[in-house]
Design a protein around this ligand. Structure first.
Ligand code: GDP
Ligand code: MG
Length: 462
């Protein structure tokens, strides 16, 4: 039957690196292509199905769905993605008589998210936000202490300041800190991460020097910049001007295109890896919140009076307002935690995003706990144990993806975020994916269809 209208949406998937974006999108596409209503509910009935699925061409780099699915089918998680990828598809739903869907997904590399701190065109704003975060967080403060001293030392010069900043960034990299801006230090424009090939020993000073000498704090070594405090900007006015110029150029070339894509999205899926934040220590919580706040501030600076007026009317029905209208906050990898803790997982997610959510204007939100590729089972609900193909055995030795499943212990989730906690205070062991061998079968999921249905039931059509 001829479809009269289109449900057309651009959907951005954002999160810090390793939060599960690639796996999420791969599983979602798999469920749409090989839709099985028993495994993935569409709309409000198990009878509804997806039909006539078609991939559409995209303007940029295409999301390598087949490659990523192949990894999973071979018992491995997809390799780390370094680029921004897009995937666009069209399909019909048996419960939609007059329209079809056209969904365009954007998968952004998490490392680049640190550059949301550059949402302001003013170099000074970037400096102040970044330095404030360094100062507020004990781990960042410790790592960046020498750099901060350097910018307040009048005998410093450009090369001394840049070397000190690169050294600080190298240490942040080695400590898996996500707020590394400019993000090209961590992921350069060729999609390469810092390499430790050829370095001798594992002394942190030697390792950080090795990285600091090889990675630029900017697009290239000639276009580097570093944050200067207000006082340092006054002490080094010419340097501040040069840095501001390079900052603008960096934004123009690297940040603007990325954030234009992001800003063009109608809907967002924001993944939060609660288990990882708990196992990484309290600093990871602050980092994630800081990035979320910046991101939301950039995407939803507040609606204009006209937008508010039209949203309040929500008429005519086929008119879709500009900007992000729906955000789904997802606690990803729920299968790494015990199923009896799912309510707590949602509470933790909710208390983490509550404040950013409250500041959003005219955006509908939902919070969902989700396992895109459910890779654990729970043998006994009364025991804090899971069964899966654990990546490590009890002694910490690596296991093979082909090794049999094993039962292992997981920590219970806390009722609320503790005031403070250390790395490894909570442990949620990693597992290899459980994926059906049958070529056309999607993996078992939890919550993925809830996210999909939330994004699919806005009342605006084209
Ligand atoms: N158990 C489990 N682990 C997951 C799931 N999704 C992702 N992971 C783990 O998280 C890692 C990073 O996932 P990926 O999708 O590459 O993250 P991205 O960097 O945000 O794209 C994977 O290598 C897996 O170890 C999931 O649904 N269940
Ligand atoms: Mg990825």
């Amino acid at each position: 039957m001829l479809k009269l209208t289109k449900y057309k949406r651009r959907i951005g998937i954002v999160a810090l690196a390793d939060s599960g974006k690639t796996v999420f999108l791969t599983s979602l596409i798999n469920h749409l292509i090989a839709h099985d209503p028993e495994m993935f509910q569409v709309g409000d009935s198990r009878k509804n199905t997806i039909r006539k699925f078609k991939t559409l061409p995209v303007g940029g780099e295409e999301f390598k769905y087949h490659k990523f699915r192949d990894y999973l089918a071979n018992g491995k998680w997809p390799e780390k993605t370094k680029d921004r990828y897009q995937y666009r598809c069209e399909f019909e739903r048996t419960d939609w008589a007059f329209s079809n869907a056209d969904l365009h997904f954007y998968d952004f590399p998490g490392e680049r998210l640190a550059d949301v701190l550059m949402s302001s065109p003013r170099y000074e704003d970037w400096c102040d936000t970044l330095l404030e975060h360094f100062d507020n967080d004990s781990e960042y403060r410790e790592i960046t202490e020498t750099f901060v001293k350097t910018i307040h030392d009048r005998s410093s010069d450009e090369s001394i300041i840049l070397a000190a900043y690169r050294k600080a960034l190298a240490k942040l990299t080695l400590n898996f800190k996500p707020l590394i801006s400019p993000s090209t230090f961590l992921l350069d424009t060729q999609g390469q991460y810092p390499s430790l090939e050829g370095v001798v020993g594992n002394d942190p000073e030697i390792l950080s020097d090795f990285i600091a000498e090889r990675r630029a704090s900017g697009l290239t070594f000639d276009e580097q910049f570093a944050p200067l405090s207000k006082r340092a900007r006054q002490s080094f006015p010419d340097l501040a001007k040069r840095f501001a110029k390079r900052y603008s150029e960096y934004r123009r070339i690297l940040v603007d295109p990325l954030f234009q894509d992001l800003a063009s999205c109608h809907q967002l899926i924001v993944l939060v890896d609660v288990a990882r934040i708990l196992s990484s220590g309290v600093g990871a919580y602050d980092d994630c919140q800081q990035i979320l706040r910046q991101l939301m501030g950039f995407l939803n600076p507040g609606l204009s009076i006209f937008q508010k007026f039209y949203r309040a009317l929500s008429l005519p029905l086929n008119w879709r307002p500009g900007g992000v209208s729906r955000i789904c906050f997802v606690a990803s990898k729920a299968d790494l935690t015990h199923p009896s803790d799912t309510d707590k997982l949602l509470l933790l997610l909710s208390s983490m995003v509550r404040r950013v959510e409250a500041d959003l204007d005219g955006v509908e939100t939902l919070q969902v706990a989700c396992s895109a590729v459910k890779s654990t089972e729970c043998p006994d609900l009364s025991q804090h144990e899971l069964c899966g193909r654990a990546v490590h055995d009890e002694t910490g030795e690596f296991r093979d993806p082909d090794d049999p499943k094993m039962i292992y212990r997981v920590d219970p989730l806390p009722e609320r975020w503790p005031m403070s906690w250390s790395p490894n205070e909570f442990i949620f062991p990693s597992v290899y994916p459980l994926f059906p061998n049958r070529k056309d079968s999607p993996p078992e999921q939890y919550g993925l269809d809830t996210v999909f249905n939330f994004l699919m039931n806005e009342k605006f059509w084209e």
